[in-house]
Design a protein around this ligand. Structure first.
Ligand code: PLP
Length: 482
């Protein structure tokens, strides 16, 4: 823990910023929380923010910006083509990543669209530590297949392994051999790894994967959306990098990759996204798609104001006091829950605390969406909005059967520098109450089910009147308090 500041004696995370602008939030009484959850079809995506006390749905586009980011927004150079803002951002990216070419895009999935259209041909396989929802959707849309080669420890809910996002190198070699290198569209490393609990990837693993890809002539793509968290974990969990500057770790990672892309809704606490590449031919090929899908090359779907905020935010990401903020709060939330026996993914990762719904709701079969039911129950118990990351987030098989997720998680995201420690403790307290009443939580079923990315818009119903009973129990236990 060498570089992270704690209050002495206790393991209390220390915020390295002060709050100078606030937004009032409302905490509705439990009866109204139940009512708004019902109206939202038991899908936390469909809740209205005015009914939400703490919005912990995601870390995407909801991170607090710094005063320097806001100040930079005022100096944006408005123009369709040739904006100075673009050149400022390009220079920051080239300096940080040491890669020559930059393509702007409106968010992370837009980068995935461009990369998939350029590299994926029908029947080709894309090999990765673990998929992300939008990544997989773009690859399959282009006729490709996704193969996951996470090492086995990564699938375990409880573990001491410091880098659970690592690729199993033997599985990688086997997959390349089986498919033939010419049929591999690219290998992708996602670090941190979103859907398995924000778990990091080690430098040694990236290096080994990079060497294999180079010797086989396969392109290596790096999803850097959660790079800030991953840099923090490398710095504090890998003794070899204890004294290395964050920017030097970043450059070393980039030097192993052919393409680096990111969602700036997370990385740099701004909005937008972009692709970095060193190879000119590949750059030119991907460049053709930017004006078609994003906008002219000097804005790519971003406003000049968000580009200025991003340039500053990226530089701030090179500061341990900035990137430590989410992981230490995540760790505090996990520790509070563990104290009360609530099952969570360990070790704590980046982006949020992941509650293990398969143990929390072990009485609910996967076909009845235990993680979705838990997310709805958490909202009723606390007004905290979190996200289902389990079977609901999967897509049905072609024959209509359910594709059961490897993990059933309720993800309580921690937007960067937004919530205070007392709010985090409140969250843990309410979830711990819910855990004591876990047997009251029942299953859900879809009543409206979109074919693609159903978790965004789908509507569900409880299989009994358990949500109402839960709200009544809450009132009984909490008396007049909200
Ligand atoms: C959020 C995210 C994306 C997609 O980015 P958007 O800006 O939401 O389109 C891709 N990969 C990872 C790892 C992410 O966390």
């Amino acid at each position: 823990m060498s570089n992270v500041k704690f209050l002495s004696g206790e393991n209390v995370p220390l915020e390295m910023h002060k709050v100078r602008m606030v937004q009032k939030v409302n905490l509705l009484p439990v009866e109204e929380r139940f009512k708004s959850m019902k109206e939202a079809g038991y899908n936390t995506f469909l809740l209205r923010n005015r009914d939400v006390f703490m919005d912990m749905l995601t870390d995407s586009g909801v991170n607090a910006m710094s005063q320097d980011q806001y100040a930079a927004m005022m100096q944006a150079d408005d123009s369709y083509a040739g904006s100075e803002t673009y050149y400022r951002l390009e220079k920051v990216l080239q300096d940080i990543f040491g890669m020559e070419y930059f393509l702007p895009a409106h968010q992370g999935r837009a980068c995935e669209n461009i990369i998939a259209q350029t590299l994926v041909k029908p029947g080709m396989v894309t090999i990765m530590n673990y998929h992300f929802t939008t990544t997989k959707a773009h690859i399959t849309l282009n006729g490709g297949v996704v193969e996951e080669i996470l090492y086995d420890e990564g699938y375990k809910i409880k573990s001491d392994a410091p880098f659970k996002g690592d690729i199993d190198v033997d599985k990688l070699k086997e997959s390349i051999k089986r498919n033939g290198p010419e049929n591999v569209a690219f290998v992708r490393i996602e670090a941190g790894t979103n859907l398995i609990g924000g778990q990091p990837v080690s430098m040694a693993n990236m290096r080994e994967v990079s060497q294999i890809c180079r010797s086989e002539g396969i392109k290596l793509v790096y999803d850097a959306s959660l790079l800030g968290d991953n840099l923090y974990f490398i710095k504090i969990r890998d003794p070899k990098y204890k004294d290395t500057k964050i920017i030097d770790i970043t450059r070393e990672i980039a030097s192993m990759m052919d393409i680096v892309y990111f969602s700036a809704r997370k990385l740099g606490s701004a909005r937008g996204g972009g692709i970095l590449v060193s190879d000119k031919a590949l750059f030119l090929k991907m460049r053709e798609l930017v004006p078609l899908y994003e906008g002219f090359l000097t804005y790519g779907g971003m406003s000049v104001r968000e580009m200025e905020a991003l340039a500053v935010g990226l530089l701030e990401t090179m500061d341990i006091d900035v990137i430590s903020q989410t992981p230490i709060i995540v760790e505090a939330l996990c520790n509070e829950l563990i104290k009360n026996n609530v099952p969570v993914v360990t070790p704590p990762g980046g982006l949020g605390c992941h509650v293990d719904a398969s143990e929390f709701c072990s009485h609910i079969p996967q076909e009845e969406y235990p993680a979705g039911a838990l997310a709805a129950a958490i909202f009723i118990a606390s007004g905290v909005r979190c996200m289902e990351r389990g079977t609901m987030s999967e897509q049905r098989n072609d024959d209509g059967s359910e594709r059961l997720a490897e993990m059933e998680l309720a993800r309580i995201a921690v937007p960067r520098r937004v919530f205070t420690l007392s709010q985090v403790k409140y969250t843990a307290d309410r979830i711990s109450w819910l855990y004591r009443h876990r047997n009251m939580i029942g299953g859900l079923k879809f009543v409206e089910e979109p074919k693609v990315l159903r978790f965004f818009f789908g509507r569900l119903e409880p299989l009994s009147n358990w949500p109402e009973e839960l709200a009544k129990q809450f009132r009984k236990d909490f008396g007049d308090s909200l």
